[in-house]
Design a protein around this ligand. Structure first.
Ligand SMILES: Cc1cc2nc3c(=O)[nH]c(=O)nc-3n(C[C@H](O)[C@H](O)[C@H](O)COP(=O)(O)OP(=O)(O)OC[C@H]3O[C@@H](n4cnc5c(N)ncnc54)[C@H](O)[C@@H]3O)c2cc1C
Length: 327
């Protein structure tokens, strides 16, 4: 493979890419030297061979996999985490906007997932005019149900670590498993990693638009709050007021809303903005952001538990995302 191939050339001739991949733009910095596609891929055992391999089980990957499976392609969806949903699941129940613009169905896939969630009852989903709120634990199972219905195979705890390139085409990926490196071969590989990982491993030029990056945010939830005694605005206010004692509390926005129809609340916030711009593909920067975010969530909770408001002091920290969400 010619590693000088431009990303545009690469897209038209090799991998089919779904919504998660970064677009080539004039402003941006290279992600780094693209690695040479692995010359040793062939020596790893083959884990699976399919028509369509979708790498990354976030919103883009779920849609791509369901779409391909509905068309009758032998499809495999693989995911680095133990569940599907990507940022939509890591955000811990935050509203998902534009699922139904002006209350109108947006696509068959969106409706399919909404219908699956509705089956679980009103604790699982609340519909707004364009957005939905859902409990992410229900969402994770709803995705499995939809994949099963479509006859789409899936595998978790699989991280694509390299691309297999033959005759200028991506014909599979090398995955990292507990049993070592293995290969998955496919007629079509769809890169839905959110970060264009497969394209990057294949040697395509990729860019990071540092100026356009929004802050990464660790989603987290709290519970045991009496809505009759605490308004969401009180929660954000109490945190901002405690920044003197808890300096990791974000200086920017803090937003608090209900998780679907439950007594739990999710917190959206300016996240790592106070750290400056973080490149999520840089190991050192990413580690710093992940560690900072856990401490930041702790300080936000501590501020509330210290509050003068007895209703706030009773709250419990009920969960946090498996990793920071990269916007
Ligand atoms: C706080 C927050 C709020 C947001 N609100 C909205 C909103 O309301 N509406 C909206 O449209 N967008 C919103 N976004 C943007 C939203 O995150 C993206 O639109 C959406 O997640 C993109 O989906 P995706 O599938 O492309 O990527 P992701 O959700 O990032 O999914 C990528 C998946 O690929 C997996 N993966 C990554 N690399 C590999 C690999 N090498 N091997 C195997 N698996 C891999 C990941 O684990 C992940 O599951 C928000 C983002 C954040 C952070």
């Amino acid at each position: 493979m010619n590693t000088q191939t431009t990303r545009r050339d690469f897209l038209s001739t090799t991998t089919a890419l779904a919504g998660g991949s970064m677009l080539l733009a004039s402003a941006g910095s290279a992600r780094g030297q693209s690695p040479q596609p692995s010359a040793t891929a062939a020596r790893h055992p083959t884990l699976a061979q399919v028509d369509v391999l979708v790498v990354g089980g976030g919103p883009a990957g779920i849609g791509a996999a369901l779409g391909a499976a509905h068309k009758g392609a032998k499809t495999l969806l693989i995911e680095n985490h133990s569940f599907f949903g990507g940022v939509a699941a890591w955000s811990m129940g935050m509203q998902i906007n534009q699922m139904r613009p002006a209350a109108k169905a947006r696509s068959r896939i969106h409706e399919l997932l909404i219908d699956k969630l509705k089956i679980y009852g009103d604790q699982a989903i609340r519909l707004g005019r364009h957005e939905i709120w859902c409990n992410v634990e229900y969402l994770k199972v709803a995705v499995l149900d939809a994949l099963d219905d479509a006859g789409c195979r899936c595998m978790v705890h699989l991280r694509a670590a390299d691309a297999i390139v033959e005759n200028n085409r991506v014909t599979g990926v090398v995955v990292a498993t507990k049993r070592g490196l293995m290969t998955i071969l496919a007629k079509t590989v769809v890169d839905c990693t959110g970060d264009a990982d497969v394209a990057y491993y294949a040697g395509a030029a990729t860019l990071i638009e540092a100026e356009a990056l929004m802050p990464m945010t660790l989603g987290w939830t709290l519970t045991n709050i009496d809505p009759a005694k605490v308004r969401p605005a009180d929660i954000g206010k109490a945190m901002h007021q405690a920044r003197g004692k808890y300096p990791l509390i974000p200086s920017g926005f803090i937003e608090v809303k209900q998780v679907a129809n439950s007594t739990s609340w999710w917190i959206n916030h300016a996240g790592t903005a106070d750290l400056g711009r973080i490149d999520p593909t840089d190991v050192e920067q990413r580690t710093r952001a992940e560690c900072f975010s856990r401490r930041q969530a702790l300080q936000m909770i501590q501020a509330l538990r210290d509050s003068d408001n007895p209703a706030l002091r009773q709250l419990e920290w009920s969960g946090a995302g498996p990793q920071v969400s990269v916007r």
